[in-house]
Design a protein around this ligand. Structure first.
Ligand code: NCD
Length: 438
């Protein structure tokens, strides 16, 4: 099996684990107390920031971070000025820029773009937002903002609100909250929820369960008094059980997001969920911190800016500091050692499994075959290694015995990882002369 080159850099919140996050926040806290301590740490280093989608905070806070550490920056703020406009592939552009810079921060409109770029660049790529999929450094600053208030995340409940389907910040944050064992209340705008396979992956990976929680405020947000909640199986059940749905009494933080209309999101008839000073007077939200990645729309009125629970400008202010930490972690591990990130499997592109079912995946715009990776122990799943979409695999062959089995059969489960040959259909397997396993 030909594995694609390893993914170097930070592509997804899936790379985070509790020891990494705890150390990262401790170190950023030290940096916050003495920001000048590393002012020459990036002397002689050149950072490229390539932003193929609009950005204010992310690009400028990365650049501020590099400069505050004594590094230099080259930048693309408008993709129309690059050879991407002449049809250059992401692979070629990444390979070229990898020869210029020591690290590249890349924002792109397609899911999985930073993973593909990192297979060509030869230097670490930091994902500055890829399509709907991820925004891991935003997640680091979101979590750092909360850690400054709470210290530790144990027993906390965080609600995610708005366009969960298209918002990469909420998706990345959800994963990282599960890494930390936080309860997550899902308040998607009606019809803008993420795909159920994403939730299923969280449930499996973290031993979470999906339950329902009730509160009258939910109706104006999601059209029902009952919202879904993801929580660790081990939590004290308190007010939530034994009924299927029980009253929720407290939300510790709310993460609001705007409608991602540039990704085709439409609000439909329902009002877009948001907060107002009146809503914030409800006892459910009495200590509820308000976060938003910004930019905001009507979901978060300026009349709330002076509310002591409003943290979104504080959150934005943490951008340069947290991104200084990201640069130090990748470029000066000698000065700023951290536990290594969990590696993301790079994937295999040997087999033709058709196109990735996610039309926002980078494989579509770059006309590539979806590379696959596997996940899950007992119920093995095949995912696109770039965008994590579930691939429609129904049969698995064994490269050594040349036999094929239905995916959920015990025989299929026992095939060694290095011998896996996924198939979309039985006909595909027969075409490659695999015989039907007994
Ligand atoms: C977000 C993004 O680009 O994903 N902005 C940001 O990085 N702070 C959120 C958004 O644009 O809605």
């Amino acid at each position: 099996m030909n594995l694609l080159p390893v993914l170097e850099g930070l592509h997804s919140a899936e790379a985070f684990h509790p020891a990494f996050l705890t150390s990262f926040f401790e170190r950023v806290r030290e940096l916050e107390q003495d920001p000048g301590a590393y002012q020459d740490a990036l002397r002689g280093k050149l950072i490229a920031t390539v932003f193929e989608e609009p950005s204010t905070r992310t690009r400028l806070s990365f650049e501020a971070a590099a400069k505050r550490l004594g590094g230099q920056v080259i930048t693309v703020a408008d993709p129309k000025t690059t050879s991407a406009a002449k049809g250059e592939t992401l692979h070629d552009m990444a390979k070229v820029l990898g020869g210029y810079a020591d690290l590249i921060v890349w924002r792109h409109a397609s899911d999985g773009a930073s993973r593909l770029a990192s297979q060509a660049a030869g230097v670490p790529i930091v994902n500055g937002g890829d399509g709907r999929l991820g925004h891991p450094t935003q997640t680091l600053l979101d979590l750092y903002t909360l850690s400054r208030e709470w210290g530790d995340f144990r027993g906390r409940t965080v609600a995610l609100m708005g366009d969960l389907k298209n918002g990469r910040t909420a998706r990345s944050l959800a994963w990282a909250l599960a890494v930390l064992g936080v309860r997550i209340v899902l308040l998607p705008s009606p019809s803008l929820n993420w795909e159920s396979s994403f939730e299923r992956r969280i449930l499996d990976r973290f031993d979470y369960r999906l339950v329902q929680a009730r509160h009258p405020l939910f109706r104006s947000w999601i059209g029902s008094d009952e919202a879904f909640l993801l929580e660790p199986r081990g939590v004290a059940q308190g007010d939530l059980f034994p009924e299927q749905s029980a009253a929720l009494h407290k939300i510790d933080a709310m993460y609001l997001t705007r409608l991602q209309d540039e990704r085709g999101a439409r609000q439909g008839g329902a009002p877009y969920p948001g907060v107002t000073p009146e809503v914030m007077a409800d006892p459910l939200l009495s200590d509820c911190l308000l976060l938003h990645p910004l930019p905001r729309r009507g979901e978060l009125p300026p009349t709330l800016d002076s509310d002591p629970r409003a943290l979104y400008f504080e959150q934005a202010k943490m951008g340069p500091l947290v991104r200084m930490g990201v640069f130090l972690a990748f470029l000066r591990p000698d000065l700023w050692p951290l536990p290594t990130l969990q590696p993301l499997p790079s994937g295999c592109r040997d087999h033709d499994l058709g196109t990735c079912p996610n039309t926002g995946c980078i494989t579509h715009s770059q006309k590539l075959r979806a590379p696959w990776r596997t996940e899950g122990r007992s119920r093995r799943r095949f995912l696109c290694a770039y965008c994590d979409a579930l691939l429609p695999i129904d049969y698995i062959g064994c490269c050594s015995s040349r036999k094929v089995h239905p995916i959920h059969s015990p025989k299929a489960q026992s095939i060694r990882p290095e011998n896996l040959r996924p198939f979309v259909s039985r006909e595909d397997a027969e075409r490659e002369s695999y015989s039907w396993g007994s």
